[in-house]
Design a protein around this ligand. Structure first.
Ligand SMILES: [Zn+2]
Length: 253
């Protein structure tokens, strides 16, 4: 398999590869219950990014960012968070570095809820500063609604922090770091549409929400396949053309 991880390349190898695009995996460091590792969000987004990039021609994967905005998960050890302001700066600085070296097509592949606002703000700042850049962002789990049948998951549509979906993904991507004997979660009554600003200790007694015991390797394989099936064609276009919107006047009847 060809090498796509920036941290494994030498300068000459990087230059010879002629990368046109980059994927930036974004994660965090906080409790994922007693059955998943602290680095789950970074490990998962990085593993998905590598699998996507291996199917592309000229896309490099940056080292995963293990520190995200996790203040709302701070009640359990060992939460290590950066502020939202810092996280915006990290996103901006990473995008500026890529721009400096001529990589102007960048996908932010996010694995953590707390990074959603900061990733978007940082990306918008850099798009405004460098309009020639093509910048896209995805939270990998949103793809599942589109790509998997509704009955794929059993409880709460699979959602939750270290819940059914994330646990399944962990069992598939990093089974050696999982301890299913300790899997426990709770399903809170949060509204599905209104953005309710909770602290994690308000919605579960554990470091996990949702139904982690329903996690299985089979579901994890479906999740990986769904993410790859959606993102590989998207990234093939993105890598070769960047974002092209081709707006048309409304059709005349
Ligand atoms: Zn997570």
């Amino acid at each position: 398999m060809k090498r796509v991880q920036l941290e494994e390349l030498t300068t000459k190898e990087f230059e010879a590869a002629g990368f046109k695009a980059a994927i930036v995996p974004i994660g965090s460091c906080e409790s994922h219950g007693d059955h998943m590792p602290f680095g789950t969000d970074a490990i998962a987004s990085h593993a998905l990014a590598v699998r996507i990039a291996e199917q592309l021609e000229q896309t490099v994967v940056l080292p995963p960012n293990y520190l995200g905005m996790s203040g709302h998960y701070r009640h359990k050890p060992m939460c290590v968070t950066v502020s939202a302001d810092t996280h915006i700066r990290i996103i901006r600085d990473v995008l500026e570095s890529l721009h400096h070296w001529g990589i102007e097509r960048v996908l932010l592949l996010n694995g953590h809820d707390g990074n959603i606002p900061s990733a978007e703000i940082g990306a918008r700042d850099i798009k405004i500063a460098h309009p020639e850049m093509s910048i896209a962002a995805i939270d990998w789990w949103v793809i599942l609604n589109q790509m998997l049948p509704k009955d794929t998951f059993e409880v709460w549509s699979g959602w939750g922090h270290a819940g059914e979906v994330e646990t399944s993904l962990g069992l598939t991507l990093f089974p050696e770091l999982m301890n299913m004997a300790e899997a426990r979660g709770q399903v809170p009554t949060v509204d599905p549409f209104v953005k309710e600003i909770w602290l994690f200790e308000e919605i579960t007694a554990y470091g996990a929400s949702g139904a982690p015991r329903r996690g299985t390797v089979e579901k994890g394989e479906k999740i990986v396949a769904a993410v790859l099936d959606y993102m590989i064609p998207y990234m093939q276009r993105f890598e070769q053309r960047g974002l092209v919107y081709d707006p048309q006047d409304e059709p005349i009847r």
